[in-house]
Design a protein around this ligand. Structure first.
Ligand code: UDP
Length: 328
């Protein structure tokens, strides 16, 4: 199988490339490296079935030959990441999605759009099922991303309905694990880095807002199932771990696992439109994809902390491709 992974040098994309190579595929990774990192795929550069193309899919798509699958994960995804690059974010989700869907139409490849739990905005229904339409501020600071993804979903469905493209959509809830960017400002990279370096853990607001965190190997398993399972054309699936915790609980747990003496400090909410609660209803993915997250929060955090320790030059635990524990 010949597979294109757009955004393949990102945190999730690079783990997906690993998993697809493990399954015997030929993998072409395209990434403009504005938030993806060359070091995430450095271990794959010499792989005979791996090819890296550095390009911005909005301006050029230098991919030739047949394709069997296209995974579209190309977009800044952390709030600080997309708030720094709002135009690139809006464009890659609109124009970039259009270009990849055209490529799927021309090659007959199956297509997967990586959408987001942010499509639900600050949800008024809890937990969120796929048929909830969301509560999104269309002109808020996050709208380059959440409305960008909602447009990408709409465009994907146009190609399914009008052109018979074999596409599906997954809405990814917060994901964590090795290779998440220590500087991207998200909850886990921030708290783990702060705990390991003796800085205070910065809880925004009162820390009562909730998130549900999915370990990266579970998420990648869900992506592959969503594209490979028959009958998924035109379907949308939540992929996330329903183990919902408050932000303060995450801080306490990370302090406990790292044994860090760092204190927890409360700071004003750093961003507008910070969702108060977020938890996926994954009944559909369970029933239709046979998918279930398997890595517990304790286990996932322990592996992630080991990777960060190494990345920050603080220890000798083995980092990199097998630290997900799934041989990716
Ligand atoms: N957060 C926090 N301290 C940090 C980073 C994030 O309290 O140092 C909070 C943030 O306000 C949000 C939650 O953690 O409520 C998750 O933030 P993240 O940036 O990981 O992603 P989001 O789920 O908002 O897209």
């Amino acid at each position: 199988m010949r597979i294109l992974v757009a955004g393949g040098a990102g945190f999730i994309g690079s783990h997906l490339c690993d998993a697809l190579l493990d399954r015997g595929a030929e993998v072409i990774c395209i990434d403009n490296l504005i938030t993806g990192q060359a070091e995430n795929i450095a271990h794959l550069r010499a792989h005979p079935r791996f090819q890296f193309v550095q390009a911005d899919i909005c301006s050029s798509l230098p991919i030739t030959g047949p394709l069997d699958r296209i995974y579209h994960l190309a977009s800044p995804a952390s709030p600080p990441g997309y708030l720094r690059r709002p135009l690139e974010t809006a464009l890659v989700n609109s124009l970039g999605t259009y270009r990849l869907l055209e490529l799927a139409r021309a090659t007959g490849a199956r297509f997967l759009l990586a959408s987001t739990s942010e499509a639900y905005g600050d949800p008024l229904v809890h937990p969120q099922p796929e048929d909830y339409w969301g509560n999104v501020n269309p002109i808020g600071v996050r709208s380059c991303y959440d409305e960008g993804k909602r447009f990408a979903e709409a465009l994907t469905m146009v190609y399914v309905r009008e052109y018979g493209v074999d596409a599906r959509i997954v809405r990814i809830f917060n994901c964590y694990g090795p290779r998440s960017d220590p500087n991207d400002g998200r909850l886990i990279p921030n708290f783990v880095t702060q705990a390991l370096t003796g800085q205070p853990l910065t809880v925004y607001g009162e820390g009562t807002q909730t998130r549900s965190l999915c370990y990266v190997s579970d998420l990648v398993d869900g992506l592959v199932r969503a594209i490979e399972t028959p009958g998924t054309t035109g379907r949308v699936y939540n992929l996330g771990n329903p183990d919902e915790r408050s932000v303060l609980e995450f801080a306490q747990l990370i302090k406990q696992i790292t044994g860090s003496p760092s204190e927890i400090v409360f700071q004003p909410l750093a961003r507008d439109d910070d969702p108060r609660r977020r938890c996926p209803d994954i009944s559909r993915a369970r029933a239709e994809l046979g998918w279930e997250p398997r890595v517990s929060l304790d286990e996932g955090l322990t592996r992630t902390i080991a990777w960060f320790r190494e990345r920050l030059g603080l220890g000798n635990q083995s980092p990199g491709s097998d630290s997900t524990g799934h041989g990716q």
